[in-house]
Design a protein around this ligand. Structure first.
Ligand code: KIV
Length: 317
């Protein structure tokens, strides 16, 4: 057997290494403690194992496997079509990649609205099969009952108000919400009702910063904002938005901390060009074999060929 040292590949490293950072798991009481101490909470979406490993190493506090996966990784036009089974595959991969951030799974459209029983059953799948620490659902109104029902079974629930992408059509599309006093009051009342229903955390999406700031004064539980200004207890961004992985623009509230798409594109183009030009793989990326072993292999092959020729009936093609 060759003793040439092997370069670790994604396959060999990923399958054998546990997450690298040892940190105590972030708990629900720890979120409240962050709020009490005025320490902002950091949340990011993840949809796969490598991103979860990075989130862990970057010390984020919460990871959301959002139903944005529908658009960011599954290529749907909206979050509506994604199913529980599709999201659970991603949730499990994320769970395998991290230990300490609190893992929140998004209940997808159609998986919790019909009844409290449906909501509980779906939430239980996210906890039992996916290993989630909490589940998130969107909206106020009847969803407050769903949140209460899930929370009553002991599963931590995260509410989500403001822009609720699963029902974006009903609220006028993907645009900022709560921009009139009446709509803003509704959002704040929904948030308070979700808190009363037992939610442990809220997400405010795409609402004016002053509205979010006013709402904060009426809430005890931590609130994570996305496009809701700086007054919330923390922030969440979508992985692909933060890293600049799409060629199209991002919503106003997204700060792109990197522009990875052009870099990835250049890397793939370079790889394609080197393969086509026979410059990859060069010697450094190949395995060697002891010359004696190679010589013996050639001798064995030659002997096997001769034996085959000798065994062939004469006259056969
Ligand atoms: O699905 C998602 O990623 C979300 C965030 C935008 C908060 O709900």
């Amino acid at each position: 057997m060759s003793t040439t040292p092997t370069k670790p590949t994604a396959a060999t490293t990923a399958s054998t290494r546990p997450p690298t950072v040892e940190r105590l798991p972030v708990t629900i009481p720890a979120l409240a403690e962050h709020k009490r101490r005025g320490e902002p909470l950091v949340m990011i979406t993840c949809y796969d194992y490598p991103s979860a490993r990075i989130a862990e190493e970057a010390n984020v506090d919460l990871v959301l496997v959002g139903d944005t996966a529908a658009m960011t990784v599954l290529g749907y036009d909206s979050t509506v079509p994604v199913t529980v089974d599709e999201l659970l595959v991603l949730v499990k991969a994320v769970r395998r990649g991290m230990r300490s951030p609190l893992l929140v799974g998004d209940l997808p459209f159609g998986s919790y609205e019909v009844s409290n029983e449906q909501a509980i059953a779906t939430a239980q799948r996210f906890v039992k099969e996916g290993g989630c620490d909490a589940v998130k659902l969107e909206g106020g109104g009847v969803m407050i009952d769903r949140a209460r029902a899930i929370a009553a079974t002991g599963i931590p629930v995260v509410g989500h108000v403001g822009l609720t992408p699963q029902t974006a059509t009903a609220v006028g599309g993907f645009k900022a919400q709560a921009r009139t006093a009446e709509r803003a009051q509704q959002v704040i009342e929904d948030a308070r009702a979700l808190e009363q229903a037992g939610c442990c955390l809220l997400v405010f999406e795409a609402i004016p910063a002053p509205v979010a700031a006013l709402a904060m004064a009426h809430l005890q539980i931590p609130v994570i904002g996305i496009g809701a200004g700086a007054a919330t207890d923390g922030q969440v961004l979508v992985w692909h938005d933060l890293l600049g992985l799409f060629e199209w623009g991002s919503p106003r509230f997204v700060k792109r901390y990197a522009e990875l798409r052009p870099r990835i594109l250049r890397a793939i183009e370079a790889y394609a060009s080197e393969v086509r030009g026979r410059r990859f793989p060069s010697a450094e990326y190949t395995y060697s074999i002891d010359p004696d072993e190679l010589a013996e292999l050639q001798a064995r092959l030659a002997a096997a060929d001769s034996a085959r020729d000798a065994a062939q009936p004469s006259g056969s093609p």
